[in-house]
Design a protein around this ligand. Structure first.
Ligand SMILES: CC(C)(COP(=O)(O)OP(=O)(O)OC[C@H]1O[C@@H](n2cnc3c(N)ncnc32)[C@H](O)[C@@H]1OP(=O)(O)O)[C@@H](O)C(=O)NCCC(=O)NCCS
Length: 182
């Protein structure tokens, strides 16, 4: 990963957030449970990655791979029979990468209450060409005030990701240089 944020390609027309926003819905079954009988976190993470991947592909107009997933939060347990909705949208775009924000909601199978938010995550996808090399993406055009806030928050996360990665790299290089680790 490069250490500096690179501007998007000027010649690619932008796409509004709404153009690729996607919801993936799935009913949980007994195959999805952990030892407690509630839904396994990994099952939810797979749905999150699937929904985010669909959004990244639609926004970038081609294949995109997961580069990172962070701040995956599980707020409430999901149960067998619950109808889970995974809502994903592009929050931010760089030159070849996109941050996709995901919210996970559950409609309880035995309650007529509104869907409850049970989780959320942020994923970075890189658009790739046929050789798996990063390719440029259209800049996302946030339209609503909520989309604009999400864009600004994603920029903060991007800055922190790069700073953390750089700091850890420097620490490791320093320890190698000092002969503490090989
Ligand atoms: C993601 C991948 C394409 C990046 O390739 P790379 O040679 O490091 O390319 P770059 O350094 O140019 O990074 C490409 C973009 O991804 C971003 N990126 C790369 N790694 C990242 C990470 N760990 N976290 C956040 N962003 C990342 C870069 O910042 C860059 O964004 P920008 O162009 O918008 O500035 C490459 O590491 C890869 O193919 N990884 C495997 C992906 C995969 O198989 N996913 C499924 C997991 S099973």
């Amino acid at each position: 990963m490069t250490d500096q944020a690179r501007p998007p390609e000027a010649d690619i027309p932008g796409k509004p957030t709404a153009a690729s926003r996607t919801t993936l819905s799935h009913i949980m079954t007994h195959n999805d449970t952990n030892l407690l009988g509630t839904v396994h976190g990994g099952v939810i993470m797979k749905l999150v990655d699937d929904a985010a991947g669909a959004v990244a592909g639609r926004h970038s107009g081609g294949p995109a791979v997961t580069a990172s997933m962070d701040e995956m939060v599980f707020l409430e347990p999901v149960r067998v029979g619950d109808l889970v909705h995974v809502k994903a949208q592009v929050n931010w775009t760089g030159r070849t990468s996109m941050e996709v924000g995901v919210r996970v909601l559950a409609e309880r199978w035995n309650e007529s209450t509104p869907a409850q938010q049970v989780g959320s995550a942020y994923l970075v996808f890189a658009a790739v060409d046929a050789d798996g090399k990063p390719r440029s993406v259209p800049p996302v055009l946030p339209e609503t005030e909520r989309d604009k806030r999400r864009y600004q928050e994603a920029q903060i996360r991007r800055t922190h990701r790069l700073a953390r990665r750089r700091a850890i790299k420097e620490l490791r290089e320093r320890r190698v240089a000092e002969g503490i680790e090989d």
